[in-house]
Design a protein around this ligand. Structure first.
Ligand code: NAP
Ligand code: MG
Length: 402
C-alpha cells in the first residue's frame, strides 16, 4: 500500500512517563506504516525541558503559530517531589500553561462516546464539549482575612490619579474578602475561540454566567459575547445552521441534564474547572476525554485530557504489564491530522483520521479494551488487553478499514 502524503508538518510535542511510551507505540503501529508522517519534533519530556531551561516549550508554542496545528503528549507539571526525582534546576511551569498563554487559547474538552461505555445520564447520546475560559477570576484573586470591625472598599486609581471607590462591606466583626479581575481582551479572545470552534465543529454554542447577580462583572462577559456574536458570527452561524444562546448558569445546568448532547458549553474559569470534571466522570472515564486548545487566530493544539499516568509507568519500569488506555492520545493525533488535512486540502488525510477513530471505537465495541474500560463497560465478558496489545488490535481493525 502506498503511504499517505502530507504537505505541511505537524508540530509534535513529545511528553513524559506512560504516555511517552504509548506515544512511540502509536506512531510505530498506527501512523508510520500508513502515512508519510511529517512532523517538526519538540521533546517536552521533563529531562529535555530541564536541559533547555524550558526553552523547548516556548519554541514548540512558537512553532504552533507558524504551522497552525500541533499534537501534544501529556507532560509532567513539576512539583517539589518531581524537582527531587528529576534533579531539576527549577520547578518549571506547567507546559500547558505556557503554551496556552503564548497562543492565548481556550481549551475545549470532549468525551469520546462509544457503545458499551454508557454515560450516567441516560439521555446523553452525543458528546458535550466544555470550553473553559482559562484566565482570571478566582484563579488570580487577592484575598484578605478581616480580623475585626472596619471598612473594605474596592479602589481604582486611574493613570491620571483619579480615584473610584466602591464599598464592599462595613465589617462589624471578623470576616474575609476577595478581589477578582478579568480583562476584556481575554474575554474577547475566549468568545472568538468559542464561536470559531462552534463553526468548525458545527455544534450549537451555549454560554452561561450569573449575570442577574453579578450585574457588572458577569454581565460584561455576556455583553462581550453578544457584541462579538452579532458583529462577526451571526450570519455564519445561520448559514451553518447552528445556534448561539446565552442563559443563566442555573438554567444551563438544568438544561444540560435534560439535553442529548452534541453542543459546546462555554464556561467561566471556575465553572469550567468544576463542570469539566463532572462531565468527564459522568461520561465514564478520564481516559476517554480529548482536549484541544484553540487560539482566536485559529491555531490548534490537540492532546488527551489525562496526565502521564504515573502509576502505570512505575509498573512498566518494574517490568510489570500495564493496561493503559491510549484512545485519547490516538484521538489527539487524529484531531491534528484531520485539521492538517482540512487546512492543506488533503481529504485523504481527513479520511485516514476518520478511519483510525472508527478502528478505535470498533475495537472497544467488539469487546476488546483496556482495564479502565473493562471495569465500567456494559458489554458482557470483555477481553482485557495490555497497553501494546490494545494498540495492535486497533491496527488490525484499521488495516481492515483501509
Ligand atoms: P493522570 O495521569 O491523569 O492519572 C490519574 C489516574 O487516572 C491514573 O492513575 C489512572 O488510574 C487513571 N488514568 C488516567 N489516564 C488513564 C489512561 N489513559 N488509561 C488508564 N487509566 C488512566 O493524573 P496523575 O497521575 O494525577 O498525574 C500524573 C502526571 O500527569 C502529573 O505529573 C501531572 O502533572 C501530569 N498531568 C499532565 C497533564 C497534561 O499534560 N495535560 C494533565 C494532567 C496531569 P489507576 O491508577 O487507578 O489505573
Ligand atoms: Mg478540576
Amino acid at each position: 500500500m502506498e503511504k499517505m502524503k502530507m504537505i505541511t508538518p505537524l508540530v509534535e510535542m513529545d511528553g513524559d512517563e506512560m504516555t511517552r511510551i504509548l506515544w512511540k507505540i502509536i506512531k510505530d503501529e498506527l501512523l508510520l506504516p500508513f502515512i508519510d508522517l511529517k512532523t517538526e519534533y519538540y521533546d517536552l519530556g521533563l529531562e529535555h525541558r530541564n536541559e533547555t531551561n524550558d526553552k523547548v516549550t516556548f519554541d514548540s508554542a512558537e512553532a504552533t503559530k507558524r504551522y497552525g496545528v500541533a499534537v501534544k503528549c501529556a507532560t509532567i507539571t513539576p512539583n517539589a517531589a518531581r524537582v527531587e526525582e528529576y534533579g531539576l534546576k527549577e520547578m518549571w511551569k506547567s507546559p500547558n500553561g505556557t503554551i496556552r498563554a503564548i497562543l492565548d487559547g481556550t481549551v475545549f474538552r470532549a468525551p469520546i462516546v462509544v457503545k458499551g461505555i454508557e454515560p450516567c445520564v441516560r439521555n446523553w447520546k452525543k458528546p458535550i464539549t466544555i470550553a473553559r475560559h482559562a484566565y482570571g477570576d478566582v484563579y488570580k484573586a487577592s484575598e484578605m482575612k478581616i480580623p475585626g470591625p472596619g471598612t473594605c472598599e474596592l479602589v481604582y486609581t486611574a493613570s491620571d490619579g483619579t480615584e473610584n471607590r466602591e464599598l464592599i462591606h462595613e465589617f462589624t466583626g471578623a470576616g474575609v474578602i476577595q478581589g477578582q479581575h478579568n480583562l476584556c481582551g481575554s474575554i474577547e479572545s475566549f468568545a472568538r475561540s468559542c464561536f470559531s470552534f462552534a463553526l468548525d465543529t458545527r455544534q450549537d454554542l451555549w454560554f452561561a454566567t450569573k449575570d442577574t447577580i453579578s450585574k457588572k462583572y458577569d454581565h460584561t462577559f455576556k455583553d462581550i459575547f453578544q457584541e462579538i456574536y452579532e458583529q462577526e458570527y451571526d450570519a455564519r452561524f445561520r448559514e451553518a445552521g447552528i445556534e448561539y444562546f446565552y442563559t443563566l448558569i442555573d438554567d444551563a445546568v438544568a438544561r444540560v441534564m435534560k439535553a442529548e448532547g452534541g453542543f459546546i458549553w462555554a464556561c467561566k474559569n471556575y465553572d469550567g474547572d468544576v463542570m469539566s470534571d463532572m462531565i468527564s466522570s459522568a461520561f465514564g472515564s478520564l481516559a476517554m476525554m480529548t482536549s484541544v486548545l484553540v487560539s482566536p487566530q485559529g491555531y490548534y493544539e490537540y492532546e488527551a485530557a489525562h496526565g502521564t499516568v504515573q502509576r502505570h509507568y512505575y509498573k512498566h519500569l518494574k517490568g510489570e504489564e500495564t493496561s493503559t488506555n491510549s484512545v485519547a492520545t490516538i484521538f489527539a493525533w487524529t484531531g491534528a491530522l484531520r485539521k492538517r488535512g482540512e487546512l492543506d486540502q488533503t481529504p485523504e488525510l481527513c479520511a485516514f483520521a476518520d478511519k483510525l477513530e472508527q478502528a478505535c471505537t470498533a475495537t472497544i465495541e467488539s469487546g476488546s479494551m483496556t482495564k479502565d474500560l473493562a471495569l465500567i463497560t456494559t458489554i458482557p465478558n470483555p477481553t482485557v488487553l495490555n497497553s501494546e496489545a490494545f494498540i495492535k488490535a486497533i491496527r488490525s481493525r484499521l488495516e481492515e478499514l483501509l
